[in-house]
Design a protein around this ligand. Structure first.
Ligand code: TRP
Length: 395
């Protein structure tokens, strides 16, 4: 990675003191402007309003389509490397909000192949996480008529032919320059797979604006895909991106890689566990003694409990501002703020868990969200496969 940076951000490594603004220069993405923010479907989602989604590529075309009821889609996926925690879930709830408000087509790719290339996990462990993560993603409650889940290994009959068509246009030099030298040939090829994810809605439906709402570390995949789309070999537009900051870990804002002893709040945690984790680990922006805190107050921007509320778990601007004010004044204590955050997270997760518990067998639940044979054929044709190709199976 470039030597002048004291941070490294790629899809496979996030380290150091991340400077979100400088990262945009490095990546070539743009800060979200006020005009763009105002052009989001109303009510503007808190993640946008509060600039947790802080940067973008080509968001305007997407917003115009969403606002005018023209075809548009969102792609946001999951690499199934373990249980999902609260930092993983917000792009999916954001996609659901767009779908509810604008009829957005949503694609959710599951990159189980990627995680076997990138992590020291057995295929059995990844399969287990895939099942488990799918239940969490299904629990979000997407509309099966407008949502597709695509699992790389299970949908290999569509993903592989398209990724291999794309791979011709992707050089090893580009991959090395974008991600650093990959550890294995799987990771060299994988960018063609994620490009497939990002273009699949257009290959299935005709060209239209697609938005990829994701944490900023995934932007390299979007860049590669935009280059491929720019070659104009396929009937697709370059996908846009809406890039987010990372939800802070319990260790504190700016602390990216958890040291191992500090847990994350998992989507499966119950109320008591959430309270315990927050009371014990949540980095506080308050003072060490109550007297001192009452006197000088705390710093909400440094306080993980506050930041959890601000990022995602408290929708009301008025309430979130009131909490920040009281904390700064010292009338709200760290322990009290922790309780408020823990309860808000628990309320959210209890609803999530309730919906997850309603689901039956994962394969049965998934069925209405799989690509149909017609959709597969349409996508393969758009990627250039002739009707005589053996890839078109009789069904
Ligand atoms: N690479 C992502 C991760 O590791 C998961 C993913 C796969 C994804 N395909 C995607 C994310 C498409 C956004 C869009 O978390």
């Amino acid at each position: 990675m470039p030597a002048h940076n004291d941070f490294t951000v790629t899809p496979y490594e996030v380290e150091g003191d991340l400077d979100y603004e400088r990262l945009l220069d490095q990546f070539g993405a743009d800060r979200l402007t006020t005009d763009q923010l105002d052009n989001f479907p109303k009510p503007v989602h808190p993640l946008v309003r509060r600039r947790i989604f802080y940067a973008e590529r080509d968001v305007d075309a997407f917003l115009d389509a969403a606002n005018h009821g023209d075809p548009h889609s969102v792609v946001t996926g999951r690499g199934p490397s373990g249980p999902m925690h609260i930092g993983h879930v917000f792009p999916f709830y954001f996609a659901k909000y767009l779908q509810d408000n604008c009829g957005t087509i949503v694609h959710i790719p599951i990159s189980d192949d990627e995680k076997s290339f990138a992590k020291d996990l057995s295929l059995a462990e990844i399969s287990q996480s895939t099942r488990d993560n799918l239940l969490d993603l299904l629990a979000v409650g997407f509309d099966p008529d407008r949502t597709r889940f695509v699992i790389d290994t299970a949908d290999a009959d569509v993903v592989y032919p398209i990724a291999s068509a794309f791979a011709r246009d992707l050089t090893q030099a580009t991959v090395n320059a974008t991600y650093g030298d990959p550890d294995n040939v799987g990771l060299s090829f994988y960018p063609a797979v994620q490009a497939t994810h990002l273009l699949l809605p257009q290959l299935v439906e005709d060209a239209h604006p697609t938005l990829v709402p994701i944490a900023v570390d995934q932007d390299p995949h979007v860049r590669i895909c935009r280059d491929l789309a720019g070659k104009r070999r396929y009937p697709v537009k370059k996908p846009g991106a809406l890039l987010s900051k990372f939800l802070p870990s319990l260790e504190g804002p700016g602390k990216m890689s958890s040291s191992g002893d500090v847990p994350n709040i998992l989507l499966s945690d119950d109320r008591a566990t959430i309270h315990e984790k927050i009371q014990q680990y949540a980095y506080s922006g308050g003072q060490t003694s109550v007297e001192e805190h009452r006197e000088v107050g705390g710093d909400p921007e440094e306080d993980v409990s506050y930041l959890f509320l601000y990022y995602f778990f408290e929708e009301s601007d008025e309430r979130v501002e009131r909490l920040a004010g009281e904390y700064r004044e010292g009338t709200l204590l760290s322990g009290e703020l922790k309780n408020i955050a823990a309860d808000a997270i628990a309320d959210f997760l209890e609803n999530h868990q309730y919906r997850r518990n309603q689901l039956a067998d994962v394969e049965d639940e998934l069925r209405p969200y799989r690509l149909t044979p017609h959709e597969q054929r349409t996508a393969l044709r758009a990627a250039g496969y002739p009707d005589t190709a053996i890839v078109f199976k009789d069904t």
